[in-house]
Design a protein. Sequence first.
Length: 355
Amino acid sequence: MISTDILIIGAGPTGLFTVFEAGLLKLRCHLIDALPQPGGQCSEIYPKKPIYDIPGFPEILAGELVDNLMEQCKQFQPGFTLGERAETIEKQEDGSFIVTTNKGTKHQAPVVAIAGGLGSFEPRKPLIDNIASFEDKGVEYMIKEPEMYRNKRVVIAGGGDSALDWSIFLADIAKEVTLIHRRNEFRGALDSVEKVQELKNQGKIKLITPAEVVGIVGDFEVKGVEVKESDQIHIDKEYMIETDHFIPLFGLAPKLGPIANWGLDIEKNAIKVDNTLDYQTNIPGIFAIGDVNTYPGKLKLILCGFHEATLMCQAAYQIINPGKRYVLKYTTVSGVHGFDGTSKSAPKAIVKAIE
């Protein structure tokens, strides 16, 4: 059993910033996320996408923002359960909650903060009749362990940053990398497109466009994929490519998932909260912050998620420390003291103890 002060469902930007705000109040956090790494959409879907509405940063890449948030909160030593989806929640007699993941990992905390962005993410799967039969038998929708592809033949399908970036990365690991996209143009970053073209010219990547994978060949595991390719005069030709792995990277579809069955008030796939005070749901002790919540005037911005996380942590402190008074001080005055012994303190003359 993993125990913590605040259990955060979702390790995107809002969830990560919650760790920092909670840490200022000496509250520990543990995060659960279905993705294999922190960062949510910013890491998985568009790590190289520029973001323009983060205070103090005229422009910052989504992946860089996640790196900065991880650096900011690491002094408060958050725990992570990654690659697992929060499945069920049970309220205990002492008022705390036990959240169990789809892999059976149990977590206990007096406060639960749902910061799941647009919800849990499910991979967008290509419309191939027999693809389900080959899942985990050569078909993967996310790359969790690159080493499993060492000296293997790999076919990647997709035209976004993930498809481009992983094609580039695996070019030095896999025996053979083939990238297939249904259009000649890619949606990813220009430098990634240029790098893929360079690797193609060097013979390290096979690039097939416009084309799509329409079938999978094999008995108990993937042996090849069927490809339909269109040439300049729109004449289709079909053929088979031998491969050990087929990795369709078409992005992730957001779904509220099992959280929808937790007894929360739901409106249009979002969780209703009280925004007049602390973004608490209809169940005391459970909060929803960031894009996953809804209330009158809601704006789905990372900036708003940061604000909601800050107020939520103040309410969480009162739940965890009933009757104990906390006087908010600016960090420029009180300093920041991490759980790991690090300290970013203001001059001693202006530091005042917080009761």
